[in-house]
Write a protein that binds this ligand. Structure first.
Ligand code: NAD
Length: 258
């Protein structure tokens, strides 16, 4: 189904764990050239490179803390120097960044959450654009930017997660702007919007709370990272989604996404 991913140059930010790593595994299985990224070099990130290479892909790890614009630029330089270009960018790095109600939000939380979820995707995409434009021009196929949004960006988020939800809504919206600016260059922009997926993102929650959340989901459970990964592959594949841009695909077990 995803045959045209073979040899595609794919960079996935925030891919040392969770959904990013599951997506990286799927791309590697289909023969892609996968760039892994995380804030730090860890034994796990290096082990992930070995794992992806054994799955049939060609993988490399690029350390960069994407809350900083200069590191976003350095990441794109490092990936494109290594693989000779870029066909697919997945902006997946992100996180809650802290839980605070409105009256407790300060400049530090605002800056941290926006840097982690908004600045990171904006700056990585900015520096990726010339390479994606080149990819589309040379291949005659669309290049693709996919960002991980969130159901929180559609429904406002839980109490204390307002900044996080707003940063994801910001991401959903700026994609619509990029569609207007870059469709002429053969670049597509789509959002994968997960509901509640079983990753380290939920490590701060008690088992009781997780049970209550699961019961509120029509499917009665959290999603798995493997259930999200194919949506990234779908948007990356020109054959599967070459006429789809500016869309948000919800992966949420039936939760209502306004
Ligand atoms: P995760 O914590 O397992 O993965 C987060 C990844 O981002 C890790 O690889 C981490 O190293 C990386 N990262 C964090 N800060 C970074 C930084 N400053 N620079 C570079 N990389 C950084 O969590 P996950 O649930 O797989 O999250 C992936 C994405 O999905 C995030 O954008 C998150 O907001 C979003 N999301 C998660 C859920 C969920 O229920 N798990 C729901 C909706 C959206």
């Amino acid at each position: 189904m995803f045959e045209d991913l073979r040899g595609k140059r794919v960079l996935i930010t925030g891919s040392t764990a969770g959904m990013g790593l599951a997506a990286a595994r799927l791309f590697a299985q289909h023969g892609a050239k996968v760039g892994l990224n995380g804030r730090r070099v860890t034994p796990e990130s290096l082990a992930a490179v070995d794992e992806l290479n054994k799955l049939g892909g060609e993988a490399a790890f690029f350390q960069a803390d994407l809350t900083k614009s200069d590191e976003c630029e350095r990441l794109i330089d490092a990936y494109t120097s290594h693989f000779g270009g870029l066909d697919v960018l997945i902006n997946n790095a992100g996180g809650l960044g802290g839980r605070k109600g409105l009256e407790s939000i300060d400049d530090a939380l605002f800056d941290h959450v926006m840097n982690l979820n908004a600045r990171s995707a904006l700056m990585v995409t900015k520096y990726a654009i010339p390479h994606l434009r080149q990819s589309a021009k040379e291949s005659g196929q669309t290049a693709s930017v996919i960002s991980t949004g969130s159901i929180a960006g559609r429904e406002g988020g839980g109490i204390g997660a307002g900044m996080y939800a707003a940063s994801k809504a910001w991401l959903h919206d700026i994609h619509r702007n990029w569609v207007k600016e870059f469709t002429k260059d053969g670049i597509r922009f789509n959002i994968v919007s997960p509901g509640t997926i079983d990753t380290a993102f939920h490590d701060d929650k008690s088992d009781d709370l997780k049970g209550n959340i699961a019961n509120s989901i029509p499917m009665g459970r959290f999603g798995t990272i493997e259930e999200v990964a194919p949506t990234f592959a779908f948007f990356a594949s020109h054959a599967c989604s070459g006429y789809i841009t500016g869309q948000i695909l919800d992966v949420n077990g039936g939760q209502i996404a306004p």
